[in-house]
Design a protein around this ligand. Structure first.
Ligand code: GEK
Length: 246
C-alpha cells in the first residue's frame, strides 16, 4: 500500500515497563501500512488475489463489505477492479482513527464507486444483498464465542453465488509442526528488521487480543453456518486466507 505518511513501525522498539493490550489507536494508524507489510507474510499477494476474486465474483447492483477495513487497502483494491460495475462498498472499522485516515487516503484516488465508511463494531452491521464480504485479518480480534454468529450473519446476507474471503493468522494443534511454522514467521519478522525486543513486546501486547484458530476450526465454522464450497486459496506460513462460496 503506497500510503502518504507511511512511517516505519517502531512502536515496540523501546522497552516498556507496563505493556498495555494492543489497541488500534492513533499511534498504530500512522505506522499501520509498514507494520502489516513487515508482520504478515503474503499480505500483498492476498490483496492482489482479492482483486482477482472481485472480478470473478462480484455482480452488478450488489453490496461489498470490507469488515475491519483499517486504512482501506482491501476497499481500494476492490474499487480499482470494479471500474464501471455499479456496486456499493461498505467499509467498517470500530477505530475512528483508522476510518478518518482511510477516508483521506481513498479520497486521493478517483473513482465513481461509492464507499460508505462506518465507524462501528462489525457485530452491529447488517449484511444485505452482498456478493462479496471480506474479513481480512479481522475475525481473529473478535471474541471466539461471537465468531460463529458473525459468520452466520454474513452467510445469511450473501446472495447465492456470493463469497466470503476470510484471512486469518492460524495455529496448528500439533506442537511439532506448529513450532516449525511459528519459527518461519519469526524469521520473516527478523528478516524485515524487527528486533527481538520488538517481537517479544508485540507478542505480549497481542496476547488475549489476537486469538487464532486452527484451519480446521475455520473450515468447520464455515460449513456449520451453511457454506458448501470452502477452500484455503492462499497460505503463507501461519497466515491463511479462506474462500467460502454460498
Ligand atoms: C487490511 N483489513 O489492511 N469491529 C470493527 N472493527 C474491528 C473490530 C470490531 N469488533 N475488532 C477489530 N477491528 C485490513 C487489516 S487489521 C489486522 C485489518 C491487523 C478492526 C481494528 O480496528 C483493525 O483496524 C482491524 O480490525 C484489524 O487488509 O492489524 O492485524
Amino acid at each position: 500500500m503506497n500510503q502518504q505518511n507511511n512511517h516505519k513501525d517502531t512502536l515496540f522498539a523501546q522497552p516498556y515497563e507496563a505493556l498495555g493490550a494492543f489497541q488500534f489507536d492513533e499511534s498504530v494508524v500512522s505506522v499501520f501500512p509498514d507494520m502489516i507489510q513487515r508482520s504478515v507474510p503474503g499480505y500483498q499477494t492476498i490483496l492482489a488475489g482479492i482483486g482477482e476474486l472481485t472480478t470473478q465474483l462480484v455482480k452488478p447492483n450488489t453490496r461489498i463489505y470490507d469488515l475491519g477495513c483499517s486504512l482501506g487497502a482491501v476497499t481500494l483494491t476492490i474499487r480499482r477492479k470494479l471500474e464501471t460495475t455499479p456496486c456499493q462498498i461498505i467499509a467498517v472499522d470500530n477505530s475512528a482513527a483508522m476510518i478518518e485516515r482511510a477516508k483521506t487516503y481513498l479520497a486521493a484516488f478517483h473513482s465513481d464507486v461509492k464507499v460508505d465508511f462506518q465507524i462501528d463494531d462489525i457485530a452491529n452491521i447488517e449484511i444485505q444483498n452482498a456478493s462479496l464480504v471480506v474479513l481480512n485479518f479481522t475475525l481473529q480480534f473478535i471474541a471466539p464465542e461471537q465468531r460463529e454468529a458473525l459468520i452466520q450473519k454474513i452467510y445469511d446476507g450473501l446472495n447465492p453465488g456470493g463469497a466470503l474471503i476470510l484471512s486469518e493468522k492460524i495455529h496448528l494443534d500439533d506442537p511439532i509442526t506448529q513450532s516449525a511454522i511459528e519459527h518461519l514467521h519469526l524469521q520473516f519478522k527478523r528478516a524485515n528488521g524487527y528486533s527481538e525486543l520488538e517481537i517479544s513486546q508485540k507478542r505480549a501486547s497481542l496476547e488475549n487480543v489476537l486469538i487464532s484458530d486452527t484451519p480446521e476450526q475455520n473450515i468447520d465454522r464455515l460449513k456449520k453456518v451453511g457454506f458448501k464450497h470452502n477452500a484455503i486459496w492462499l497460505q503463507a506460513y501461519n497466515f491463511a486466507s479462506f474462500l467460502a462460496i454460498k
